[in-house]
Design a protein around this ligand. Sequence first.
Ligand SMILES: [Zn+2]
Ligand SMILES: [Zn+2]
Ligand SMILES: [Zn+2]
Ligand SMILES: [Zn+2]
Length: 538
Amino acid sequence: MSSRGEQVEASSSAQETGDVSVWDIPAGVRIKQSVGRGRGLFAESSFKPGARILRTKPIVAVNSTKNLSTFCSACHLAPGDIAIARGQRNSAITLKRCQGCRIVHYCSQGCQTGDWTFHREECRAHKRLRVEYAKFRPNARLDEDLSWIMDERFRAVGRLCWARKREMQNGRDPDWWAQIDAMESHIDRMPQQQIMELGQQIQRFRQYLSAAERDTPGLADMEEYGFGRSSDLLKLFSAFQINSFTLSSPSLSPIGVAMSPIVALCNHSCEPNAVVVFPHGGRDMDIVAIRQIATGEEILTSYIDISLPLAERQADLKERYGFICDCELCQRSRETSWVDPRWCVYDSSGGLKSFEGECSDFNDCSQSSSSVDKHFDSMIQQGRAMLNEDEAGTLDVQQALVNFRSLIPTLSQKMPSSSYPLQALLRLQALLLSPPRSTADRDLAIASLSAAFAGAEKVYPAGHPTLAVISAEWCKLVAMDSPEDTPTDILKKLKQAVIGLRKTVKLNEVGFGAGGGIVGKEMTELLKACEVELSQLA
Ligand SMILES: [Zn+2]
Ligand SMILES: [Zn+2]
Ligand SMILES: [Zn+2]
Ligand SMILES: [Zn+2]
């Protein structure tokens, strides 16, 4: 995984030999090595917007710790999405906890049985970790305190190592290991300090592996796992870091981490022509074209949220993937004459100008904030802090809803809804208000999503699935009746919903590919129901 224009060092066997036979490349795409760009995935035929370029199973996918009890650990769906997928919208599905480790949950016997091959050692290791942790903290409530659970990266790499060891007992490395071995790693370029830190984490990781084997704490013998040199494990962790993807729900909420070496061949652009999505849950990951792609064109996806301004995008890419992006959007964003809809305010005549307030530019902050309203700057910082808290799961929802009532109108007076952080705050407000407890809350959420959608259209390419998801959230609220609605209101809203839903179904067909995934299915069913209701009223 790397960006266009970035020099990729040859650091893996496949690159050194130019051997691409380890990849099981589907028809329609091919791997090409181009000077100065590293490896990339190229279109062998043309793709229309919404065409699925490839579908593959992640080699590994795990939920992050905070999502272990809310999403199934095998299909990676939440109960609400499972009900839609099964066509049982009104049945209550509950996730059942694994009785061994008491951390992972499953939606069905089938999911639990299917995952057991991969969960067995993970289960045993966590059972022992729980006992160890309890020794030192006898008062801890281990079913609520999640701090003793291994983080998603350890659990994912652990699953890979155990699977490899199992297959090596048959005498040789499994075929899929060659793909992992062929992934790029940045270990050769990693600063010494980072290597030391990683080395310490690897000690912890070896204790984790060992906990699946014996009762007494110790370090796993990595040779049993096929690692001849100690640097092999460092390389694997580095490769995992830069080649893994955010595992997302069918409606694009981040829920964990997934890895597919073939999908990781796609290079990054902040103006992608394709997206990586999980339209039916985490079992399959798809690369979908979001605009027309010509034969021979490179398939480019974005590793980060492209609604973020330049400085935020660069910081995210640097931290996680270790490169600086030089795509066309980033080049344009560096030009002072260009006004980025992601980072701008209204000027005195109602037009737009680049925002010159405090910015988070991590390496080159030459902008002066003296001319900018300090109060406005602090509101932006407040909004940003709320987004971070939401991501970390520490946001106080009731307090946030109170704050939004002054924060969002103030920001909206100064900046368009495409601008950061307003767009994200509008979506968060609507999310926190759902399901609405009053007609006023419902109408506020609808207004926020309308504004968020208008802003999103300016920062996402036309076929991007984020537009489909915002539109779907809007439709669900508009289609919702309230006892305070008059018959005229109901008719008007129903007509709005039908128009919105027809558009949303199409947006889903492009953003998530044919059928539109689980969100598309939900919208198609809602459209039918609204059309029936409308025909009865009319
Ligand atoms: Zn499941
Ligand atoms: Zn378990
Ligand atoms: Zn870029
Ligand atoms: Zn700055």
